[in-house]
Design a protein around this ligand. Structure first.
Ligand SMILES: [Zn+2]
Length: 248
């Protein structure tokens, strides 16, 4: 009699523990979002390029793919993702309310104009070697260096801005070219006279203008403008020194 009671107690205890585990697992599963958000990914090889500007690289990508229909592609990816979501949700054993809640949460996140669906992955190829049969064999791996994320709206804005300049070049290069064009003979003479033929770093006087440079204080490639306040006279030496400092 006693041994039967003991067995029942053990069985009961085991049943309670199993039930608790099942409940805990169910709670965990029902709170995990089992889906991934949609991404449109492009890889850009920046091997051999020293500190490229990601923004500039994306501009170049848009120029190279100017016939790409971003809106169509976006709608296609979103509708496929939407279908996949519904299908997977139907297969789960979640309550109807919970399913709707998960679906709406995800849909809202993805539909928001802040959602960065575009991911440009920048990678460098690296050659590695392995030893096989006493021979050294080269193989290459791609090392991701950074990811630049964009919303559809941002990508379309870039497209519009580049279209305005007929996809001639990236916005950064176009800006630099225009700023260089603004450097007229008249402006040059104005700066030389203003600075009295004198290097603004070391004070060298160059009345014959030999070795005299009109320098952008903030370089054009860093967004500097060709305006009087950003220009100065430098001598050969100081200009060279400034240039070599910038590269380091
Ligand atoms: Zn100088």
């Amino acid at each position: 009699m006693n041994s039967i009671l003991l067995k029942l107690c053990i069985l009961g205890g085991a049943a309670i523990i199993v039930t608790l585990i099942v409940i805990v697992v169910f709670i965990i599963i029902s709170h995990i979002n089992p889906f991934t958000y949609p991404v449109i990914k492009y890889s850009i090889d920046i091997s051999g390029r020293k500190q490229p500007s990601y923004k500039d690289c994306v501009d170049q990508w848009v120029i190279d793919n100017k016939d790409y229909n971003a809106v169509n592609h976006y709608n296609h990816v979103i509708s496929k993702w939407d279908n996949d979501c519904r299908r997977i949700l139907e297969k789960t054993h979640l309550g109807k309310e919970r399913k709707t809640q998960i679906y709406n949460n995800m849909k809202n996140a993805v539909n928001s104009s802040e959602y960065p669906i575009y991911q440009y992955v920048f990678f460098r190829r690296q050659v590695r070697y392995k030893q096989s049969n006493y021979k050294k064999q080269a193989y290459s791996v791609n090392n991701t260096e950074g990811v630049y994320k964009l919303t559809l709206k941002q990508l379309l804005e870039i497209y519009d801005e580049l279209e305005e300049i007929d996809f001639e070049t990236t916005r950064q290069k176009y800006y630099a070219k225009n700023q260089r064009k603004l450097m007229t003979k008249e402006l040059r003479q104005l700066i030389i006279k203003r600075d009295n033929y004198t290097c603004q770093k070391c004070g060298k006087y160059m009345p014959d203008e030999v070795g005299l440079h009109v320098d952008h204080i903030i370089a054009i490639k860093n967004g500097g403008k060709t305006v009087e306040s950003n220009l100065q006279v430098l001598c050969d030496k100081c200009n060279y020194r400034k240039g070599s400092k910038k590269q380091n």
